[in-house]
Design a protein around this ligand. Structure first.
Ligand SMILES: Cc1ncc(COP(=O)(O)O)c(C=O)c1O
Length: 374
């Protein structure tokens, strides 16, 4: 038998030598957490835990099969309708994860060209790995990050009958926002379809936490977001027209051929949807915390890029510097991760702070003090 480990060992050594080897580390709950994406602190909210337990008691620990077999209950359909109302769309569909969703919904949509129309897909350079996974094998036409003039230039230079713009509303590693109304206008003018990833905007931005697609209501045909970040549970959703959802139920492999998420995740979502629209105070506080953290980092001479949200990067450039800064903060009791290539472009290693309404004022003060002492 060929020795697989013998192939793996030198590759791991290569990663280690360039500061890029990743290792699982047991989470230390004693640290102040500015690394996770629990932006509203809902993952520990008693209402979510209670509702997750209720759904588990009623429906079991697992869903037993795919949605088309035994994985759909009347309660789940009602929950998807509730989610669609929150997003202001006709319909919504829940998946087990955002990665699974992006990597399988995009191929199902591109299939709509039926081989007659070659899909032309315009993508932001900083799009998330799961969006790339959905476009594997396709030559993406990449526009400079959030540069809509560049996107327009590319649209003009690449005419076609079946064109898509695929981007995020809040970028996961930079914490900046796309101009969603300008994007939707651009898509409309050029006859392109818009696919928007709201993983980091859902729950946090928009008038009631419904995300930034609400700035162009009815003009973003495909919106996805995750349920495991601000919404505190697990899974992901895609929202849009009834026809879109019916198509995905028929043609999206990641939906068709996968066991439905555990009922506990649906219960947590049910409770989160009751709470999130009313969490104005938490959203406002997150905004203020973001401003204060950016100010503290800039005082230390650190570049926070174009961040305007609860995600605050501190650019360090070099992998070793980013790792050292994360270790220094860890020693001060703060959990923040060093983000390195390939998650971010080479030469842009950084600390990525993600703020949560679950932080107490005292904890946040400690984060600011540790940053000032960096
Ligand atoms: C922009 C973006 N899209 C999609 C995902 C994938 O979502 P999930 O974690 O539910 O797989 C993530 C992050 O994890 C993300 O940051």
């Amino acid at each position: 038998m060929p020795d697989l480990d013998a192939l793996i060992a030198p590759r791991l050594a290569e990663l280690a030598a360039t500061g890029l080897r990743r290792q699982l580390r047991v989470h230390d709950p004693a640290l102040i957490d500015v690394a996770s994406n629990d932006y509203l602190g809902l993952s520990r909210h008693p209402a979510l835990i209670e509702r997750a337990c209720q759904w588990t008691e009623r429906h079991g620990a697992g869903s037993r099969a795919s949605r088309l077999v035994t994985g759909t209950s009347a309660e789940l359909l009602a929950l998807e309708e509730k989610l669609a109302r929150f997003k202001g769309t006709e319909a919504a569909l829940i998946f087990a994860s955002g990665y699974q969703l992006n990597s399988s919904v995009l191929p199902a949509l591109l299939e709509l060209g039926q081989g007659k129309h070659e899909p032309l897909v315009f993508t932001d350079r900083l799009n998330h790995a799961s969006l790339h996974a959905g476009l594997r094998g396709l030559k993406q036409i990449r526009f400079r990050h959030n540069d809509l003039a560049h996107l327009e230039e590319l649209l003009l230079g690449h005419p076609g009958d079946f064109r898509w713009i695929v981007t995020e509303s809040v970028f996961s590693m930079d914490g900046d926002r796309a101009d969603v109304s300008a994007l939707s206008g651009l898509a409309e003018r050029h006859g392109a379809h818009l696919y928007l990833d709201e993983a980091h905007a859902t729950g946090v931005l928009g008038q009631h936490g419904e995300g930034l697609a609400s700035l162009a209501r009815g003009k973003v045909p495909v919106v996805m977001g995750t349920l495991g970040k601000a919404l505190g549970g697990a899974g992901a959703y895609v929202a849009g027209s009834r026809a879109l959802i019916d198509w995905l139920v028929n043609r999206c492999g990641g939906f068709l051929y996968s066991t439905a998420p555990a009922p506990a995740a649906f219960g947590a979502l049910d409770a989160a949807l009751d709470l999130v629209p009313g969490m104005e105070a938490e959203r406002a506080r997150l905004g203020r915390m973001g401003d204060a953290l950016r100010a503290a980092l800039r005082e230390r001479g650190l570049d926070t890029l174009a961040s305007t949200t609860q995600i605050v990067p501190a650019l360090l450039g070099d992998e070793a510097r980013a790792l050292a800064a994360a270790e220094t903060l860890r020693a001060a009791g703060i959990l923040v991760v060093a983000i390195r290539p390939p998650t971010v472009p080479p030469g842009t290693a950084r600390l990525r702070f993600s703020l949560s309404a679950a932080l107490t004022d005292a904890q946040f003060e400690r984060v600011l003090a540790a940053v000032r002492a960096l």
